[in-house]
Design a protein around this ligand. Sequence first.
Ligand code: GTP
Ligand code: MG
Ligand code: ZN
Length: 358
Amino acid sequence: MKLENLGWDEAWAMALASWDRGEWEPARVSFASRERYRVLTEEGELWALLPGAARLDAASPMPAVGDWVALECAEGETNRIRKVLPRRTTLGRAQAGERKKEQPTAARQQVMAANVDVAIVVCGLDRDYNPRRIERYLTLAWGGGVEPAILLNKADLCFDADLKAEEVRALAPATTVETLSALDVAGIDMVRALVPPGRTACLLGSSGAGKSTILNGLMGGERQRTAETSETTGKGRHTTTHRELLVIPGGGVMIDTPGLREVALIAGEEALSAAFGSIAELAQRCRFTDCSHTTEPGCAVLCAVEEGDLDADRLESFHRLGKEIAYHQAVESTSPARVERDKWKSIKKEVRRIYKSR
Ligand SMILES: Nc1nc2c(ncn2[C@@H]2O[C@H](COP(=O)(O)OP(=O)(O)OP(=O)(O)O)[C@@H](O)[C@H]2O)c(=O)[nH]1
Ligand SMILES: [Mg+2]
Ligand SMILES: [Zn+2]
């Protein structure tokens, strides 16, 4: 297995070299339970344990699916995870930008996936279709510094797929929005293009949306179990029960997740304020009150990035979200009919809450 296809690069190698005296191997977590982990290495997939010492080290979070770790492999002994390399992005409650603070173990365990490049939000065009829910998933992605893409699946079951796609594009004009049928080769090829070698995608969306079906299409076989949605409610059956990272033949890696319940999604809003609240705080110390935190002199936000107190990814994600909101507000102010619509309501409400202190 070539680690480069899994996303390994020079910067990761340097991070590992900063602790390693040559005895540790790089590995990527593909499955995580309380005790046992499955990891991908150059030699293939292995089981590994997390020794107590690593677990108690507050600076090193509990390994999550997608994490790069330092693995100790000794002949005839169990493989041990020694360190978790600092995350670039985090999907879930505990945020990468917070890593300076010591976090309680419970909070550290809320990470759904680490080091994800693109969060693929899957929404069925059947009874699953729900723009409000898509917004929540977008919030979750942005909050973790992850670029989202939206796939409207089951186009074969929908007569106005294009109309719905337009509606979703209006929610997030800077985000990729595609319609597909996961049962169709053309749809699968389109998704394949989103996950070239070296790139990491994470599938998000409610149960029954077709996440595992899409992944099976990419894997070229029945790799993940899928199940029909309930005939009475149209809802999925929570078929996928744990998060898992798979290597796409000839492509990058993809993480399948179980459909989230609404409660978990609200965590996305918490994540947003965790991610951007610190930027809002820093912004109070910028020289100019209308600072855009891009090129201005005396910008406290850029200064924090320079000094390593704020992730550059995080700021980039903040700018992307800002663009989406600016677009949305422009649309609202020019078309009164749209003011009623509560698109972006949850995101805007949260952003307003973050800025209230200014
Ligand atoms: N008609 C049609 N059915 C689809 C499509 N994609 C998925 N399905 C079906 O939808 C059902 C649910 O798909 P899954 O892939 O199990 O859904 P999931 O998102 O993985 O659900 P969880 O694992 O429960 O979170 C299965 O019966 C699939 O065959 C599609 O594009 N068209
Ligand atoms: Mg599934
Ligand atoms: Zn600034």
